[in-house]
Design a protein around this ligand. Structure first.
Ligand code: 0X9
Ligand code: ZN
Ligand code: CA
Ligand code: CA
Ligand code: CA
Length: 538
C-alpha cells in the first residue's frame, strides 16, 4: 500500500470509530434534570458527582463503592465515612439509607447533607471528629435510582414511588421496595399482591435487584457471626416522624422482640425526636406494613433500625413530596443533631435505658438469632439426640418441668433439643455429649464478668456421668471450666439460675465460650438450656 492509501484507511477507520462512539453516547440514557425552579435538588448524575467529589477531597475519610445495580443498571452508591477508611476496623457501624421511594427526593438531599457534615466538620467540630474516628458510617444515597430519574421525566414530576422493574405479563411497572423485604413478607395486609398497586410487594421477597443489593450488603457486615451494623435509619418523606419496628403488627412487644430491645427502641426514638422535633411512635401506629425494611433489619439481625419520615408534617397531597428547593437547607439541617445522636448511640444503644454495663459489653447474646455458634466444634460429640439448638423451646414435663417453654428473654434460648416429647422419646440428651462454641469475642482490658442464666434438669436415675459445663476457650485452644453441674440420683426440675463468673484472667484476649451437656453411663432424662449470655462492661 502507498502512503496515501494508508492515510485514507486510517481516516476512514477514525470516522467509523467516531460514528460508533456517537451511537454509544446516544444509547446511554439521557438523564432527566430537576426543573429549573428546583435546581438545588440533585438528580442521579449530580448526586454521583457530589459523592465522588467528597471522596476526592477527603480520601482519608471517604471511600465510595457500589453495592450493586438497579434494574436498569444504575449503580447503587455507598460512601463509607471513617478514619482509616480503607481498613475494616472493629468500630460500631451505622447505616443510613435514602430514597427507597422515587418521589422522596428530600431523602437524597438529607444523605448528601450528612456526608457534608461528616467531611467538612471533621477538622473543626470535635463531636464530628470523635464520631468519624470511632464509628464506621455507611451512607446509601439512593436505593432506587431508576425511580428517582423516572420521576423527573414528568411535567415536572410523575409522583412515582416504586422501582422500574416491569411486572411481566401485566403491563405494569414497579415493586414497592419497602414491601419487598423478607421478614413476614406479605403477612398482614400491609402490602398489595396486585402488580399495579403503589404498594405492590413483588413476586417474592427480594425480587427487586435494589433490595437484593441492600440485603447482600447488610449480610456482608456479619463478621465472625456478629452483625457489625448496630444502628440504622432509613430516610423517607414525609410526616416528620421517628418510627421503630414492628410495622407488621400493632402489638408493641410481640414474641419476636425482647422487652429490653423494645425499651431501648422507645428511648432512642424519643431522644432522636427531641432533637429533630419529629413525633416518635411505633411504625404500625402510622399504618400496617409488611415486608418493610426496618422489620427485616431488626427481625433478622437485631439492628436498631428506624424509619424517619422527613419534612414536611403534612402528608395529604402529592405536592407534599416536593417541597420547593428553598426548603431543603433548613429541612436537612434540622436533623443534624438527631443524626449525630444516632451515630453516637451505635456504641451502646442500651445506654438510654441505663443498661450499658450489662448489655453493651463485648458479648450480649439473647439467642433470639444465631450469632455464629458452631455445634460439635471438635467433631468429638457422641450424643445421638437432644443436641444443642437455638430457638423457641417446647415445654416438657415428667414428675415436674424438665424442659422449660420459657426463656429469660424473648422467645428463644440455647436448648438441648427444642422440640418436646417426640413419640415415646423426650427429645432430651441421649447417648453422650453435645457441645457448642461461640464466635470469637475480643475482650477489652479491663473486662467485666461473664453472666448467663441456665438450667440442668434430670430424673432420679441421673449420675455424675451426666453434666452441664461451661468453658472459656483461649485463642490457643486451652479450655478452662468456669461452671459445672453434675447429675445426681435425685429428681431435679428445670428452673432458670443466674450465674456470674470473672473474666479477669482473659482480659485483652480473644476468647470463645464453649457450652456442653452430657448423658453418660446409661440413659437418663437430661435437659439443659442457656439464655442471655453476656460479657459485661467492667
Ligand atoms: O409506607 C411506607 O413505606 C413508609 N411511608 S412512605 O410515605 N414514605 O411511603 C412508612 C414505612 C414505615 N412503616 C410503617 N408505617 N408501618
Ligand atoms: Zn417512603
Ligand atoms: Ca432469649
Ligand atoms: Ca429437649
Ligand atoms: Ca437421655
Amino acid at each position: 500500500m502507498r502512503k496515501r492509501q494508508i492515510a485514507a484507511l486510517i481516516l476512514a477507520l477514525l470516522f467509523l470509530f467516531g460514528l460508533l462512539a456517537e451511537a454509544a453516547d446516544a444509547a446511554a440514557p439521557a438523564e432527566a434534570n430537576f426543573p429549573p425552579k428546583d435546581s438545588r435538588y440533585h438528580n442521579y448524575p449530580e448526586m454521583v458527582a457530589e459523592i465522588m467529589a467528597a471522596q476526592a477531597a477527603y480520601p482519608d475519610l471517604v471511600s465510595v463503592f457500589s453495592i450493586g445495580k438497579s434494574y436498569l443498571g444504575r449503580d447503587i452508591w455507598v460512601a463509607k465515612v471513617s478514619d482509616h477508611v480503607t481498613t475494616d476496623e472493629a468500630e460500631p457501624e451505622v447505616l443510613i439509607d435514602a430514597l427507597h421511594h422515587a418521589r422522596e427526593h428530600l431523602t437524597t438531599e438529607q444523605a448528601l447533607y450528612l456526608l457534608k457534615v461528616l467531611t467538612t466538620g471533621y477538622a473543626t467540630d470535635s463531636l464530628v471528629k470523635r464520631l468519624v474516628d470511632s464509628r464506621e458510617i455507611f451512607i446509601v444515597f439512593a436505593l432506587n435510582p431508576d425511580g428517582m430519574q423516572y420521576d423527573l421525566t414528568g411535567s415536572p414530576y410523575r409522583a412515582w414511588r416504586k422501582n422500574r422493574q416491569p411486572n411481566v405479563g401485566t403491563g405494569t411497572v414497579g415493586t414497592d421496595l419497602n414491601r419487598n423485604y423478607a421478614y413476614d413478607w406479605g403477612c398482614c395486609r400491609g402490602s398489595s399482591g396486585s402488580p399495579g398497586s403503589l404498594t405492590y410487594r413483588g413476586r417474592r421477597p427480594f425480587s427487586a435487584p435494589e433490595t437484593q443489593a441492600l440485603r447482600d450488603f447488610v449480610q456482608s457486615r456479619v463478621i465472625d457471626g456478629r452483625q457489625q451494623i448496630v444502628m440504622h435509619i432509613t430516610l423517607h418523606t414525609n410526616g416528620e416522624l421517628v418510627l421503630w419496628p414492628y410495622g407488621h403488627t400493632k402489638t408493641d412487644i410481640p414474641a419476636d422482640m425482647t422487652r429490653t430491645d423494645h425499651a431501648a427502641f422507645v428511648a432512642l426514638g424519643k431522644r432522636m425526636a427531641q432533637r429533630n422535633g419529629y413525633k416518635p411512635e411505633q411504625s404500625s401506629d402510622l399504618y400496617i406494613t409488611d415486608g418493610d425494611q426496618i422489620d427485616w433489619m431488626y427481625g433478622r439481625y437485631r439492628i436498631f433500625s428506624f424509619t424517619w419520615e422527613l419534612y414536611p408534617t403534612e402528608h395529604h397531597r402529592t405536592s407534599d413530596f416536593y417541597p420547593a428547593d428553598e426548603r431543603i437547607a433548613a429541612a436537612v439541617a434540622n436533623n443534624r443533631s438527631a443524626l449525630l445522636y444516632a451515630i453516637d448511640k451505635a456504641d451502646c444503644p442500651y445506654s438510654p435505658i441505663y443498661q450499658a454495663k450489662a448489655d453493651c459489653g463485648p458479648l450480649y447474646d439473647d439467642f433470639e438469632i444465631d450469632r455464629g455458634w458452631t455445634r460439635d466444634p471438635d467433631g468429638t460429640d457422641t450424643a445421638t439426640d437432644g443436641l444443642w439448638q437455638i430457638g423457641d423451646p417446647t415445654a416438657t414435663s415428667i414428675l415436674g418441668p424438665k424442659q422449660l417453654g420459657t426463656t429469660t428473654s424473648g422467645r428463644a434460648a440455647l436448648v438441648t433439643g427444642l422440640a418436646g416429647v417426640k413419640g415415646t422419646d423426650a427429645n432430651d440428651v441421649d447417648g453422650g455429649t453435645t457441645t457448642i462454641r461461640s464466635a470469637p469475642v475480643l475482650l477489652p482490658d479491663p473486662v467485666g464478668d461473664l453472666t448467663f442464666s441456665y438450667y440442668f434438669s434430670h430424673r432420679s436415675n441421673a449420675t455424675s456421668a451426666d453434666w452441664f459445663r461451661v468453658w472459656v476457650e483461649a485463642q490457643d485452644g486451652t479450655r478452662t471450666l468456669v461452671r459445672e453441674e453434675l447429675g445426681k440420683a435425685t429428681d431435679d426440675d428445670a428452673r432458670w439460675i443466674p450465674v456470674r463468673v470473672s473474666m479477669k484472667p482473659w482480659a485483652g484476649q480473644k476468647v470463645r465460650i464453649v457450652i456442653g451437656a452430657a448423658d453418660g453411663a446409661g440413659d437418663s432424662r437430661i435437659e439443659a438450656a442457656v439464655d442471655d449470655l453476656r460479657i459485661e462492661r467492667p
